[in-house]
Design a protein around this ligand. Structure first.
Ligand code: HAM
Length: 428
């Protein structure tokens, strides 16, 4: 056992893992750009109050999972690592007066989030999200556009069997009455509630609906449904979201028990799952509308909607579905030499080629030419630049490792020749 290990619930992304993430992050950036979202970075930590107020005190994320940073004794503030990016982005929207920008302000970020959760497959204490937020548009068309964007991410990433679950969880006009009704319903069956759920009943009753406890299944199936109790405005909004989804032919399922784990949501809520993996209760991504959040964090009332897609889970599913990491890109050339000790020349020649923007490795180990060439072959390099006696005349040998041919090239022409070979290789 090594003395030091990565903290529990975190992972090292080794180069093959990182290559998969890199592909997902490029896709995220490309899609966000295509849909008109501009990148933003907010700090990885914020005043804890941003999350406590924004996400809600009585949520698992804040109550149990917040990574709090102990402040130095002379500082009064208390910070926490971000468990999600929405609260921080909305804090930035308010702080920088973005309500004076053309609305909606469409922002995207991709990066690590931190939740002190019980680690298991697909659930980490540091995980990555691709996030988009559209602030300043009350919808409902943009709700559908965002859901479609999320779905397209999975499609273009190559994930098979993605299901779109949508719901409306109402707004301050209709939710309180529903919450009261739901509380009454569960109180009437208090004897059948597992202890953790009984505890939640008085504090955040909506969470009971998506309880993972099998003992709850029957009770939940018969529970009153928010979708039957939406006020007129929320019902019309939801109908329109569905009509817009249908308008682009996006298949979805209305899931009345979908309530999301963060308190800021109003109206539209959605999640993405992979068919056949529901048993793990692990969403690939999710999001929704948060029309009260900007005001909650001190701005003037402004609607918003967004999503967060879990890249770790996407990578897991892709691996399960048989996708392999993109192969490592081989160097165009490796600079090798007959004199094992002359690393200065190999270094110098490779430096010149890299300055000419070519992907070139120098063999800097002091080993025999045969071993250097063998390593170049294993690298999958196209060419070996061999430095030998011809160097005195200003020449090197260039061996095409794939064709097995070799010829003499003046050092002065080397970069140009290799660049030409690379171009014809790519385009020919
Ligand atoms: P969330 O549902 O808490 O929403 O997280 C979004 C996604 O992040 C999840 O569906 C999952 O794929 C991934 N995720 C969450 N926790 C973990 C974990 N411990 N390990 C691995 N992956 C995880 C939000 O975070 C909202 N900010 C989404 C949003 C944006 N709503 C509006 N705008």
């Amino acid at each position: 056992m090594p003395t030091y290990r990565a903290p529990r619930g975190t992972r090292d992304l080794l180069p093959d893992d990182r290559a998969v993430f890199d592909r997902l992050m490029r896709l995220a950036a490309d899609l966000a750009h295509r849909y008109g979202y501009r990148p933003i970075e907010t700090p990885l930590f914020e005043q804890a109050a941003v999350f406590e107020r924004g996400i809600g005190e009585v949520t698992d994320v804040v109550e149990k999972e917040l990574f709090r940073i102990a402040p130095r004794s002379e500082e009064a503030e208390s910070w926490a690592l971000r468990p999600e990016p929405t609260a921080g982005i909305v804090r930035a929207y308010v702080q920088h007066g973005m309500q004076t920008w053309p609305q909606p302000v469409k922002l995207t970020t991709t990066g690590p989030m931190f939740r002190y959760d019980r680690p298991q497959a697909g659930r980490y204490r540091q995980f990555w999200q691709f996030d988009v937020e559209a602030i300043g548009d009350a919808g409902p068309a943009i709700d559908a556009e965002i859901i479609e964007l999320g779905y397209r991410f999975y499609m273009e990433a190559g994930v098979e069997g993605v299901e779109v679950l949508v719901n409306s969880i109402g707004d301050p006009a209709c939710r309180p009455a529903y919450v009261a009704q739901l509380t009454e319903y569960y109180r009437g069956h208090a004897d059948r509630l597992p202890p953790t759920e009984r505890d939640r009943l008085e504090r955040n009753v909506l969470r009971l609906l998506d309880s993972k406890d099998p003992a709850m299944a029957e009770l939940n199936a018969a529970a009153p449904r928010i979708t039957d109790r939406l006020c007129e405005a929320c019902a019309a909004h939801f109908e329109s979201v569905k009509a817009h989804l249908a308008g682009v032919g996006l298949a979805f399922r209305v899931e009345p028990a979908l309530v999301r784990g963060l308190d800021y949501y109003t109206r539209t809520a959605f999640e993405f799952y992979v068919a056949g993996r529901e048993g793990q209760q692990q969403a690939l991504g999710g999001g929704g509308r948060y029309d009260g959040l900007v005001a909650l964090l001190g701005g003037k009332p402004t609607p918003g909607i967004g999503f967060g897609l879990g890249l770790d889970r996407v990578a897991l599913v892709l691996a399960e579905q048989g996708h392999v990491a993109p192969p490592e890109v081989a160097p165009l050339a490796v600079v090798v030499g007959a004199d094992p000790d002359d690393t200065v020349t190999r270094f110098r020649v490779a430096t010149t080629l890299r300055a000419a923007r070519l992907r070139v490795r120098a063999d800097l180990a002091r080993r025999k030419l045969g071993r250097q060439l063998e390593a170049a072959g294993k690298d999958g390099a196209h060419f070996a630049v061999i430095i030998g006696d011809e160097l005195a005349a200003g020449d090197v040998q260039v061996r095409d490792l794939q064709a097995g041919t070799q010829r003499t090239v003046p050092l002065d022409d080397l970069a140009r020749e290799l660049a030409r070979a690379e171009a014809s290789h790519h385009h020919g």
